[in-house]
Design a protein around this ligand. Structure first.
Ligand code: FE2
Ligand code: FE2
Length: 536
């Protein structure tokens, strides 16, 4: 049978059955997440499954750290714990060694030369790290990330690409619950993420394939082969219509995913996409993309902006992927380029602050991104400025303009913009929620809350729009799309502070004759070609 991969088929990359968010996908941070988040969660569940079930029976607890095992029940979690302890040893060892290495450095790195301490390093860290001081004389481990991906902790054998016939609106929050095998409609492909076979599978979204032959090549038989067949359809896929209006077209795909199209040249930001038939039809899906996306720009490494789920499916359809440059080697500031390259991408360009890339008619400039990272020294974040068709679009995502003077300096250089896209995630999760497993010692609760991963309020967002002369504001990236709630952990709450701030921003901007609107479901806007002399 020749058929297409159905636009409803969901693709979930997993490592040790946990959804591969960036901090799980990088081996060293994945190791720490395994021992400090996932294994304790499995043990906690097995100690009191009723407590987890009780907590999750309250819909307000969606997103809280409780496990929903689905139909596999406690037996499925017990089996996963046992299997992880048996197969996860390289990551468990690396996590223990990172702890031991940091303890040793804390004890012996008192300002003396560190060369003599390499012999004290645990074996799994040898060759992967340099021992250094920061300028405050604090000793630390600096990782050679490209070598870390070549270490035993990379664990390609623990990677699974799990396919689901259709999005499950009841899917638990992926940070809190593992995705267990053999669920209804689920077929697992036991291949590493870098496998070129996956590219052949994903090409079948647009070009029909011989399903039986592909099943053979994945080594599928029995029930898994049956399940695999059900992921395909003979129905012709929708064909993308390039924008040949002579104007610049913007289509909103949900959360922070935006596609700009000018004469068929496309630039996409932060692709985190939904699927057809997911029960929420009011959004563009993965089936609404062009065959080739000329440029994909990733603003930062948070999982709602850097989605391996979407990126892997588009791996051979993207011209250039633009990512922010990291500082290299710290546990918090993981490299996005090195990760993508390890997972089979060959077209990644890094931009440092104020660096630009010109490609086709587009110019992408990486502006500084302030805040939203718990005050950790994380450089792998940028506010992409996209010039296309003589227009300027600024994707401020989760930035928090805590020091607005930065944008005075930026405005001098970039000139005015046409549209500001900004999230108003002014509440944010406590810092430890995301970064806790990486910390050497737990952070006091009040400090973790004080350093919450929060974006802008309305007033600074309006000020930013004014500084940059934006004629239009789009509020987006609030995580309120119900089809993405298993990824964002957010439930739509019309009383939420973020939505109140959206109304405030509408009023503030309106008072200046600037329109502000919330992007949430399908949206399409056009701009006539602008003054081509305005360039970054
Ligand atoms: Fe973020
Ligand atoms: Fe975000």
């Amino acid at each position: 049978m020749c058929a297409y991969l159905s636009p409803s088929t969901v693709v979930q990359p997993l490592i040790h059955r946990w959804y591969a968010v960036p901090f799980v996908a990088a081996p060293h941070t994945g190791a720490l997440n395994l021992t400090k988040r996932h294994l304790p969660a499995l043990r906690s569940y097995l100690k009191g499954p009723e407590r987890h079930a009780r907590a999750l029976s309250n819909p307000d607890m969606f997103g809280a750290p409780f496990i929903d095992p689905g139909p596999a029940g406690p037996a499925g979690i017990a089996e996963l714990l046992e299997r992880t302890l048996a197969t996860g040893e390289p990551r468990v060892r690396m996590a223990e060694d990172i702890d031991a290495g940091r303890t040793m450095l804390r004890k012996l790195g008192d300002g003396r030369g560190l060369a003599g301490l390499y012999g004290e390093l645990p074996q799994s860290l040898r060759g992967l790290t340099e021992l250094v001081y920061d300028t405050g004389n604090n000793p630390c481990l600096r990782f050679f990330e490209s070598l870390v991906y070549r270490s035993a902790a990379a664990q390609p054998e623990a990677q699974v690409v799990s396919l689901l016939e259709r999005h499950d609106p009841e899917q638990p929050f992926v940070y809190s619950s593992p995705i267990l095998p053999n669920g209804p409609g689920r077929t697992d492909l036991e291949v590493p993420f870098c496998s070129e076979l996956l590219d052949e599978l994903f090409a079948a979204r647009l070009h029909s394939v011989d399903v039986e032959e592909l099943a053979d090549r994945f080594g599928l038989d029995g029930a898994r082969r049956e399940g695999f067949r059900r992921l395909f359809t003979e129905e012709e896929p929708r064909r993308y219509q390039p924008n040949l209006t002579g104007e610049v077209r913007m289509r909103f795909f949900g959360h922070a995913s935006v596609v700009l199209d000018f004469g068929g040249f496309t630039v996409m930001t932060d692709p985190t996409l939904g699927y057809d038939g997911d029960g929420f039809e009011q959004h563009y899906s993965i089936a609404d993309l062009p065959e080739t996306i000329d440029v994909v720009v990733l603003s930062h490494g948070h999982s709602d902006h850097f989605s391996l789920e979407t990126l892997l499916q588009l791996r051979r359809r993207i011209g250039t992927i633009v990512v922010p440059q990291c500082s290299g080697g710290s546990l918090a500031d993981i490299g996005l380029r090195v990760m993508l390259e390890h997972y089979g991408f060959t077209n990644v360009v890094e931009l440092g602050d104020m660096q630009s890339l010109e490609t086709g008619p587009a110019k992408i400039t990486a502006l500084p991104f302030l805040g939203e990272h718990g005050e950790l020294d994380i450089r792998a974040k940028m506010v992409p400025m996209v010039r296309l068709g003589g227009r300027g679009f600024l994707f401020a995502t989760d930035t928090s303009p805590v020091d607005p003077t930065i944008y005075d300096l930026v405005a001098e250089e970039i000139g005015t913009i046409d549209a500001l896209f900004i999230g108003l995630e002014c509440v944010g999760a406590p810092m430890s929620w995301l970064y806790g497993p990486l910390l050497e010692a737990p952070l006091a609760r009040e400090h973790s809350e004080d350093r919450a991963l929060k974006g802008s309020f309305a007033a600074p967002a309006d000020r930013l729009a004014e500084q940059l002369g934006a004629r239009q504001i789009f509020v987006y990236a609030l995580g309120i799309e119900p089809w993405l709630k298993h990824l964002t952990g957010c439930r739509y709450d019309p009383e939420a502070e973020q939505l109140k701030q959206e109304v405030i921003l509408r009023d503030l901007a309106g008072a200046r004759d600037v329109k502000s609107e919330l992007l949430y479901v399908t949206a399409e806007r056009f701009w006539p070609v602008g003054d081509a002399r305005v360039t970054v």
